[in-house]
Design a protein around this ligand. Structure first.
Ligand code: ADP
Length: 147
């Protein structure tokens, strides 16, 4: 069976927590498609194209990872990419209800299953929004970003 998972997110920016989910996902799926959501209402730090470019550079040596931008539903991206799974990370109970509602909806609409991985405790406090906040105050955020 060819198992392909979409890893959807804003990735603004892509953090060590995201990289950990991808690394662990590669142990479960043959291919991972990182879907960079285009949502101009969110006023991103980096444009979707530059997010795609920097994440793709990170995985240039990993042929099992593909990076694309998308502006429609994750289930539509899954259909385009032939993916039967959506991969997401779960940091806390705050994430839980939101993830459950979307997962149930996606399964009902398309049959695509969502696989949730608990965040590695060392990354549970890392979020793109905190990194953006620190950057706005000129702090060094390199320890939260993959090399
Ligand atoms: P979204 O705006 O869709 O929540 P994010 O870019 O914030 O997009 O997150 C994408 C996915 O990565 C989500 O499933 C989120 O739970 C997960 N994630 C975010 N930060 C971490 C982290 N530190 N460790 C593990 N997973 C994370």
């Amino acid at each position: 069976m060819h198992s392909i998972a979409i890893f959807p997110g804003s990735f603004d920016p892509f953090t060590v927590g995201h990289a950990d989910i991808v690394a662990r996902g590669l142990g479960m799926f043959e291919r991972i498609v990182i879907g960079v959501g285009v949502n101009e209402h969110k006023r991103p730090l980096q444009t979707a194209d530059s997010r795609v470019e920097s994440i793709a550079r990170l995985y240039a040596g990993e042929p099992r990872v593909k990076v694309v931008a998308y502006s429609d539903l994750t289930i539509d991206l899954a259909r385009r990419e032939g993916a039967d799974f959506i991969l997401r990370g779960l940091r806390s109970v705050k994430d839980f209800e939101y993830e459950r509602d979307i997962a149930v909806m996606n399964k009902t609409l398309s049959g695509v299953e969502t696989v949730l991985l608990f965040t590695d405790p060392q990354y549970s406090a890392v979020s793109s929004s905190v990194v953006r906040e620190l950057l706005a105050f000129g702090k060094d955020v390199s320890e939260f970003l993959p090399h």
